[in-house]
Design a protein around this ligand. Structure first.
Ligand code: TRP
Length: 335
């Protein structure tokens, strides 16, 4: 009888000790997770160059991170750097962001993502708006990237753009493509556009600029030889677009672009992807990677559905009529 009581007391004690150990073990585990509450994580962001689209993508990234639970200055530190299109700076800044022990890195535009990819094989790198991750040698498989890199891709809707050119400038026969030969993102768009335009019966002539310094001479050589101009989402051209537009205006040639802000600056029309939405998707993906998702198994998210933007003012200046059916389809008409 006495023994039984003693046994019960002992059993109760053992239970209490076990429960205590179990609970303390659990709290310890929780504390080791990259807990959101109270702690701050830091990420590095490298933007290739300043132009309106990349700035907009960056604003979207902050919004996407916040949606994913990472609020700048509250539980997130962002080390932001802009290489202003300088290859040496890309390398230096990438190395700096790696040395700063950031938990994840975001590269806005292809050359920035490539710089980060060269600087680390361990820290996750999220691509912000990289048009051709395969051609840029950043991933080997879009669905299963396999390494430390994944992200968001902006695939320019080239076939829709060719239809737009047909609708607004039905007389045009020759399309000149203005792009930079140093950007992997542009090469793939030039090929895809050329294929779609040639299928539609156009003569396509590519004009590659080796660097910003040659834009004016290339544009001057191109304009007399083409009926219309098209530019892909090319960072070099985007940064120097006002100069392109003023030359084209003088020569009375319409410039089709791949992004809304370049239509606002004087392009005639575009089928465009929302730059802000691209940024939001990039920020959300970064948040999920901070939560523990593995970049090697996180598929690249591809945006390819564009909306139509037309510039009625530029059309009038050039004496072109934008068909009513197109005006109705357009998401934005600039008057
Ligand atoms: N897609 C481009 C790249 O891969 C970056 C980019 C996004 C861009 N939006 C743009 C370039 C608009 C020019 C204009 O580098």
């Amino acid at each position: 009888m006495k023994n039984k009581k003693l046994l019960l007391v002992l059993a109760a004690l053992v239970m209490a000790v076990l429960v205590y150990l179990g609970l303390s073990g659990q709290t310890k585990n929780n504390a080791e997770k990259p807990a959101k509450a109270g702690e701050k994580v830091s990420i590095g962001v490298l933007q290739f160059v300043t132009h309106e689209s990349l700035d907009e993508i960056y604003r979207g990234i902050e919004a996407g991170l916040a949606e994913g639970g990472y609020q700048k200055d509250a539980n997130l530190t962002i080390h932001f750097m802009n290489a202003e299109a300088d290859q040496n700076q890309i390398q230096k800044m990438s190395e700096q962001l790696v040395a700063d022990q950031n938990t994840a890195l975001i590269g806005i535009a292809t050359p920035a993502a490539q710089g980060l990819a060269n600087a680390t094989k361990d820290i996750p790198v999220i691509m912000g708006a990289v048009t051709d991750p395969l051609g840029a040698n950043l991933v080997s498989d879009l669905k299963k990237p396999g390494g430390n890199i994944t992200g968001v891709s902006d695939a320019t809707p080239v076939a829709d753009t060719v239809e737009l050119i047909q609708a607004i400038t039905p007389e045009a026969k020759t399309i000149g493509i203005l792009y930079s030969s140093s950007e992997d993102n542009s090469l793939s768009q030039v090929n895809a556009f050329t294929e779609a335009a040639e299928k539609a019966g156009y003569k396509v002539v590519p004009y590659a600029v080796p660097s910003t310094n040659e834009i004016n001479t290339t544009v001057a050589a191109m304009l007399p030889k083409v009926d219309v101009v098209w530019t892909p989402t090319d960072n070099t051209i985007a940064s120097a677009f006002p100069a392109v537009i003023s030359a084209a205006k003088e020569a009375q040639k319409p410039v089709y672009t791949s992004v809304e802000t370049m239509v606002e600056q004087g392009g005639i029309a575009s089928v465009t992807l929302s730059q802000f939405d691209l940024g939001v998707a990039t920020g959300k993906m970064a948040a999920s990677i901070l939560d523990g998702a593995d970049p090697s198994t996180t598929p690249v998210e591809i945006f390819s559905q564009g909306t139509i933007v037309v510039n009625q003012k530029v059309a009038k200046e050039l004496g072109l009529t934008i068909p009513d059916s197109l005006l109705q389809k357009a998401a934005t008409v600039i008057e």
